[in-house]
Ligand binder design. Structure first.
Ligand code: AMP
Length: 181
């Protein structure tokens, strides 16, 4: 099964993605993670990605689709995957040629996401370099402007599953499992 996870930063995508991976025995991958790994490279592409990420902007569509499509060619993703963070724009949807079964939207308010992220950074010693308040606000703004049309697209296709992401982790997990059946 091919599942896409969409939600603003702090909506719990990676938490739910990892739970789904274990439950469905399906590999999980996140474009944010892929790009953070690439940003560690000292080569020009790595530095370029790092700069864009730290500012809270999106990596250009063409580059993103190329990288994700290349990743999904790996044999471990042949039978399905749980993909977190992609597609994030209508351009990415159009250029992405891999069939999708369900798109799970984890809905949390901007306020809740901001609160969770400031808590995460306060508690977590591995504070992410791209999680400054300015970058987070930029990402939220881009989500409303660029990613909400993606949700409409999948809704019209009849494969969007909308989940209230402000409930307890275990309840959200159960609801997702029920709705993707
Ligand atoms: P995330 O961990 O999903 O919040 O992603 C962190 C950062 O990686 C984003 O702010 C973007 O700079 C980049 N990124 C992740 N996924 C995408 C995507 N689908 N398109 C463009 N940029 C992305």
């Amino acid at each position: 099964m091919k599942i896409i996870l969409i939600g603003i930063q702090g909506s719990g995508k990676s938490t739910q993605g990892n739970l789904l991976r274990d439950k469905l025995n399906t590999p999980y991958l996140s474009t944010g993670h892929i790009f953070r790994e690439m940003a560690k490279e000292k080569a020009p592409l790595g530095r370029y990605i790092k700069e864009i990420m730290n500012a809270g902007f999106l990596i250009p569509d063409e580059k993103t689709v190329e990288i994700v499509s290349e990743y999904l060619k790996k044999p471990e993703y042949e039978r399905g995957y749980i993909l977190d963070g992609f597609p994030r724009t209508i351009e990415q949807v159009k250029k992405f040629e891999n069939g999708v079964d369900k798109v799970v939207y984890l809905e949390v308010s901007d306020k809740e996401a901001l609160w969770r992220l400031s808590y995460r950074n306060g508690e977590d010693s591995e504070t992410r370099q791209d999680e400054t308040l300015t970058a987070i606000r930029k990402r939220i703004e881009l989500f409303h402007r660029l990613t909400e049309p993606v949700l409409d697209f999948y809704k019209k296709k009849g494969i969007l599953v909308e989940i209230n992401g402000e409930k307890a982790i275990e309840d959200i997990h159960k609801e997702i499992l029920e709705k993707i059946k």
